[in-house]
Design a protein around this ligand. Structure first.
Ligand code: C5P
Length: 409
């Protein structure tokens, strides 16, 4: 079921008594981490209300093709593009016939025509209707067209008959759908990444910070997501768009970053399904300020005539990654060592001192790579070995790092 995490599913509900099972199906899909948008035909609305499916899916239910209000939000073509898969459950005999013949006379058939993602149908109908040659010809044609059939099952039917035609159970549909997606190297894991600089206030208008752009952390968030992980990005002040399907928490200071990190990891640890060994990964890419002013003035500090010196008293900030590495159970903890000299020696020292599982060493003295650049070159170091990744885009470097993490878990 982990393969459904972060997946976008369009669930089409057509008119049949099995529509009541769609409510349960939505729960299963959402529990597995998918985002669900529901489309109902008008016949489906005779069996279950849009309000029920809206409440369960947490998204507005799409009902009509020619609804100006809905089209102004997410139009039918956008909805077709949005989905990673389209599932029609229950799929009635009438809907199956219309789908077979390429009709586009309502929202759901139009979506099926426009969709480029896989389409799955879970038929539900009386056993006589299912066995009819017209329906069987349609099913055969749909399978030839590349549409995936889930079920139907056999057993007692609402009409009193016994036979083939019952919609498959929600658990089975969700499992078959999950199995249709490929697993990534981090499927089933939760990845928490800190990124960017922190800002340490001197007064309401001034702060201490550094040149970190956050690009490496954001690239890692994308790579981890593409490897199947659920990703939380805790970002200091950076000028970067949030990667698609990544949960972002914005922070300003090192202290804020520590609070956000602790809360996030506490929340993940409480969730028993992700608290097993190797299922939580923490990557500290943030360039956390080591020191902050011991007090932040409440008013702007004024320049005093005849006083050429201003002394700021600094105090040490908490070490976020070292705090994470002391947790029990300990997440797989990956640090960064941005150095200007003796890069490998400092990195090896840091891995031991901060109790890390891996460290990514890079030389920030080279102006072509590192801070603010789209390029980087790193050495990935773990207790039993190391690997150098030559100069490349931060996206490529991020993929190598994620691949190495998955091998060490
Ligand atoms: O000791 P140094 O700051 O070079 O360590 C770098 C690593 O430690 C990075 O992974 C950085 O995100 C993390 N760090 C931290 N909290 C600090 C300082 C550094 O998490 N206060």
């Amino acid at each position: 079921m982990q393969r459904l995490a972060n997946k976008r599913l369009v669930l089409g509900v057509t008119g049949g008594i099995a529509a009541y099972k769609s409510a349960e199906l939505i729960r299963r899909l959402i529990d597995a981490g998918a985002e669900v948008r529901v489309v109902m035909t008008s016949a489906a609305q005779e069996f279950i209300t849009p309000l029920t499916l809206q409440a369960l899916s947490g998204n507005p239910v799409h009902l009509a093709l020619l609804d100006t209000e809905a089209e102004a939000g997410m139009g039918h073509i956008e909805l077709a593009r949005w989905g990673d898969a389209l599932l029609i459950a229950p799929a009635s005999a009438d809907f199956i016939a219309r789908l077979t013949h390429g009709h586009g006379n309502d929202l759901l058939t139009t979506l099926c025509l426009a969709a480029r993602c896989p389409i799955h149908i879970a038929p539900a109908m009386n056993q006589g209707m299912w066995a009819s040659s017209a329906n069987q010809n349609n099913i055969q044609q749909l399978e030839t067209n590349g549409i995936h059939l889930i079920g139907p099952g056999s057993g007692y039917q609402a009409c009193g008959d016994i036979g083939l035609g019952r919609m498959s159970e929600p658990d089975d549909i969700a499992q078959i759908l999950a199995d249709s997606f490929q697993t990534g190297s981090l499927t089933g894991t939760q990845v928490v990444i800190t990124a960017g600089p922190t800002r340490e206030a001197i007064d309401p208008v001034r702060y201490i910070s550094n040149h970190s752009s956050g690009k490496m952390g954001f690239a890692l968030a994308e790579a981890a997501r593409d490897a199947g992980a659920t990703v939380t990005l805790i970002a200091g002040p950076v000028n970067l768009a949030t990667p698609d399907r990544v949960n972002r928490i914005n922070v300003v200071s090192a202290e804020d970053m520590l609070v956000a990190t602790t809360e996030c990891l506490d929340h993940l640890s409480l969730n028993s399904s992700v608290s097993s060994e190797g299922s939580i990964i923490f990557i500290g890419t943030a360039a956390v300020a080591d020191y902050r002013p011991d007090t932040s003035a409440t008013q702007k500090i004024k320049k005093t005539q005849g006083n050429p010196n201003l002394t700021l008293q600094l105090i040490e900030n908490p070490d976020i990654i070292a705090t994470v590495a002391k947790r029990s159970p300990k997440p797989f903890t990956v640090g960064f060592a941005a150095e200007t000299q003796n890069v490998l020696a400092y990195a090896n020292d840091k891995i031991a001192r901060k109790n890390l599982d891996m460290i990514i060493a890079n030389d920030v003295s080279n102006k072509d790579i590192g801070f603010n650049s789209d390029l980087n070159a790193v050495t990935i170091i773990w207790p039993e070995g190391n690997k150098t990744v030559d100069i490349a885009s931060k996206a490529i470097i991020a993929n190598s790092i994620i691949q190495q993490i998955s091998l060490q878990l």
